[in-house]
Design a protein around this ligand. Sequence first.
Ligand SMILES: [Mg+2]
Length: 256
Amino acid sequence: MLERVRGFVFDLDGCVWNGNTLSPGAAETLGRLVAAGRRIAFLTNNSRATADDILGRLHALGVTVAEHAFTPLEIIGDVITQRFGPSRVLVIGAPEVAAMITRAGHTLVDVKDYRAATVVTVGNDFDLSYERLTVASRAAAATGRLITPNVDPRLPIEGGDFLPGCGALVAAVSAASGVSPVVVGKPEPPLFRMALERLGVVPADAAMVGDSVPSDMRGGRAVGMRTVLFAPHGEPAPEADVTIGSFTELARLAGV
Ligand SMILES: [Mg+2]
């Protein structure tokens, strides 16, 4: 089946890389796919990086064929506009999140002025404090508006270890405020559709390759893509059309 796939969209964390280490064979397989005329893109739920950040990291790790990357930060400002109009946004998360929301024309609200917020955004925040958790929860409860790049519970890193993901923080704010989050990234359709459009490939001719069943497999399948579960130590899942244990296996199945 994968011999006929024209466009491959790759998840990053826990798939192409773990922390700053590429998965074995990833650079070689990606290079071979491109050399064989297949189109590739990278689609991550990373809540701290822009597309340019991601492409820079891929190039630095030796994936020089990387041209197209998509992250929730590219569209989070536009999603806020579509859902809520021009907004005063309290951001708990990385400076990159705040910068992209400002770029879309919204006003940022400082932590001490949280009562002025009309929308709350929660991304992964490596400087999280109880105070920030408190103001995010109060502002979300007051406005009923909570938006997040993703709800992934874990961020995989080197050695099979993990950090608490954006979803873990959002779950805390959601529990305290009683407000369910609007999710910008996978498994919601917009980023998948952007990637397919950029590659010029229809969903039926494209495959989503990733390690997350809830984000990658369900999200890819929902827009009509083939799904390839990257599970070097794991089990096949019913949501995946194909399960691979390595990038070398992917190259073989894709016929490159
Ligand atoms: Mg992943």
